[in-house]
Ligand binder design. Structure first.
Ligand code: C5P
Length: 216
């Protein structure tokens, strides 16, 4: 089913959440399963692309035909992305932690009954960095929103320099850690509503939309 319409395209996908250490045994993480990014990588490979999947911690199996690079922190993920010199399509599907602990302890922190304060500093925006490259690929990103989905996603698309943003409404058992999802795709001069479907199907719709945008 479907053609090999990405032959010759170098596709890079970030997926899953990042993990930001507090000390050697503890970290800050989020609920991302990595399913959407892994489904996108699998679909790109099926369509004939050369695919690199840069994944935060995830128990999901590597899709066949995909080169996987495992990373832990946002900084690791950024370094892995920057190490790839040229790409045709970048898909930022990772739930990158917005903050990291400023100075992770090199020993296990002991509790003493007192409040513990952690200083958090902002992480670099990986997708923004890719979109700012001189030789920029087609940039696809995601936005998980709880309200005003279209408006927030439209603003985010432009602010981060994305060509296409895939927005989903999260909360009450929607979006994260589920096999299915509903997405609103927004690009310059167009949009497309994708009804609730499994993530592999949505991945196909995203690449179909990519071809449509390239044709316009
Ligand atoms: O700002 P927000 O986290 O909602 O943006 C989501 C999009 O930006 C996703 O495509 C995500 O992969 C990407 N992102 C990133 N680096 C960050 C934060 C988000 O690449 N530090």
């Amino acid at each position: 089913e479907g053609g090999r319409d990405l032959v010759g395209q170098r596709v890079v996908v970030t997926a899953a959440g990042t993990r930001e250490p507090i000390d050697p045994v503890r970290f800050i993480a989020n609920r991302s399963s990595g399913r959407m990014g892994f489904a996108i990588a699998a679909e790109a490979a099926r369509r004939g692309a050369t695919v690199t999947l840069i994944a935060g911690p995830s128990t999901l199996a590597t899709p066949s035909g995909v080169t996987r690079v495992d990373v832990e922190t946002a900084a690791d993920m950024q370094a892995a992305v920057e190490a790839i010199e040229s790409m045709d399509i970048f898909v930022g599907a990772a739930a990158v932690a917005d903050y990291r602990v400023a100075a992770p302890a090199d020993h296990k922190l002991k509790k003493d009954g007192e409040p513990l304060r952690l200083e958090l500093v902002p992480n670099p925006d990986i997708i923004r960095g890719v979109a700012a490259r001189a030789d920029r690929p087609f940039v696809i990103g995601f936005a998980a929103e709880t309200e005003h989905v279209r408006e927030h996603a439209a603003t985010k698309r432009v602010a981060k320099g994305m060509d296409l943003i895939c927005a989903n409404e999260v909360g009450e058992g929607r979006g994260f850690d589920r096999p299915d999802n509903a997405l609103l795709l927004l690009w310059e001069g167009g949009e497309r509503d994708l009804a609730q479907a499994d993530k592999r199907h949505l991945a196909g719709e995203i690449f179909d939309t990519y071809h449509q945008i390239k044709q316009d």
